[in-house]
Design a protein around this ligand. Structure first.
Ligand code: S3P
Length: 183
């Protein structure tokens, strides 16, 4: 019997592993994986960095919001949001209607290492990288802390993080009385 199972939504600061871990979760569960940044780049035919440069962040957030709205009626998907998606435009409420949100976290010093060669991220370009990360984290910390299911990915392989997420997801399905077909 087909069920409309809730989406698995991975969010968290840049560099916390949303795309890699999301791919792994989708592979293990045989679900379809959607990466919001990739969807946007495909639609716009330019990179996220170029979207910011050409049109600015407000425009970027509008397109991001449109993509969020396309998932209102989608179920059974694995989604990696952009790092800021759930902090803007009430996107959190929309995606949590039919999805379980997981907030991936990583301590600042590890983020700085992971992101040091990241030239594609407009919010981190220009100026001192660690200062930018620190400043943005400070701004967003309280918001990320309000998000459910925090998973610290710093000492986990992507397979370990994925299985942790799947375990919590399956527990949720049991609690909500879905038919769980454990994979
Ligand atoms: C952003 C994070 C990026 C991308 C955009 C804005 C943010 O996604 O959506 O540059 O506001 O944190 P990643 O977290 O996948 O790098």
């Amino acid at each position: 019997m087909s069920q409309n199972l809730p989406n698995i939504v991975l969010t968290g600061f840049m560099g916390t592993g949303k795309t890699t871990i999301g791919n792994e979760v989708a592979r293990l569960l045989g679900k379809t994986f959607y990466d919001f940044d990739c969807i946007m780049e495909e639609r716009m035919q330019i990179s996220i960095k170029e979207i910011f440069e050409k049109y600015g962040e407000i425009f970027f957030r509008e397109i991001e919001r449109k993509i969020v709205m396309e998932f209102v009626n989608k179920t059974d998907a694995v989604i990696a949001t952009g790092g800021g998606t759930l902090l803007f435009n009430n996107n959190y409420s929309i995606l949590s209607e039919n999805g379980i949100i997981f907030c991936l976290t990583t301590p600042k010093n590890i983020l700085i290492k992971r992101l040091e060669n990241s030239f594609a991220r407009p919010l981190l370009s220009g100026g001192d990288l660690s200062e930018r990360i620190e400043c943005l984290l400070k701004e967003r910390e309280v918001l990320y802390q309000k998000l459910p299911n925090p998973i610290d990915t710093s000492n986990l392989s992507s397979a370990e993080a994925a299985s942790k997420i799947i375990e919590i997801y399956n527990q949720h399905l049991v609690t909500k009385k879905y038919n769980v077909d454990k994979k």
